[in-house]
Design a binder for this molecule. Structure first.
Ligand code: SF4
Length: 234
């Protein structure tokens, strides 16, 4: 079935129902790419509670917060899952830093996207390569660039089906479930960081700012994607 057909069938189901359908449809061809965001932690909990043997992968860009590694280890222990970590190609990072500097991303959108390509997109491509479909914790509400997000989309960049079980969830729903099920979450969320990525590209936000305001805060809202979630509606 195409992404459009699957979306037509799955759009009205709750998150657990969508993940169940994805597992039934793709089986061992399904993977979950987690960034350990609160949304991703909710998906990890649902998968673990149902005992679905869906592999988990994540990216270590080399610029993460120390707390992210603590949460990764805690999540593995809590849910009895091994989250396979993919790293950027060392030679590519060395060449990029040698050419443009260690903090190149502050200098231009082009530099920032180049860094994201080397540290995120290429490792994600390798992480997803063996699979036919992947689960992702994106929500429509998170930013202007995600307002049109669908539950099932075609990820043309990686040649996969992308499934967003929480597409229609509000922030309140996510945190309600995190609290109700005592799901471990990133400690920086309690210190004003609603969205957490690389340490050098993430800051705390004021209550009046949007959820994604602290990501690449020096850029305009329409640029605030790293390419992991574009090109397909990804
Ligand atoms: Fe590089 Fe920043 Fe993108 Fe991380 S978020 S890959 S440090 S530009």
């Amino acid at each position: 079935m195409t992404a459009d057909e699957l979306n037509g069938e799955w759009e009205g189901h709750d998150a657990e129902g969508v993940i169940r359908r994805a597992w039934e449809a793709f089986g061992e061809g399904l993977v979950f790419a987690t960034s350990l965001a609160a949304e991703d932690q909710v998906i990890t909990e649902i998968i673990a509670r149902n005992g679905w043997p869906i592999p988990h992968v994540t990216l270590d860009t080399g610029r993460l917060f120390p707390e992210t590694y603590t949460l990764l280890a805690e999540t593995e222990k809590r849910y009895g899952v091994r989250i396979r970590v993919f790293f950027p190609d060392a030679a590519a990072v060395e060449a990029l830093v040698a050419e443009r500097g260690v903090n190149l991303f502050y200098e231009s959108v082009e530099n920032r996207k180049l860094c994201c390509r080397v540290r995120k997109l290429e490792p994600l491509r390798r992480a997803l390569a063996p699979y036919r479909a992947w689960l992702c914790g994106l929500r429509r509400e998170q930013s202007v660039t995600r307002a049109g997000l669908r539950v099932v989309e075609e990820d043309r960049a990686n040649g996969l089906i992308k499934v967003n079980p929480l597409a229609g969830w509000t922030e309140q729903e996510v945190w309600g479930v995190v609290a109700a099920r005592a799901i471990p979450y990133h400690p920086l969320h309690d210190r004003g960081y609603p969205s957490i990525g690389c340490a050098c590209c993430t800051r705390a936000v004021a209550r009046t700012e949007g959820v994604r305001a602290g990501r690449w805060w020096w850029e305009a809202p329409e640029h605030k994607e790293c390419g992991l979630h574009s090109g397909s509606r990804l």
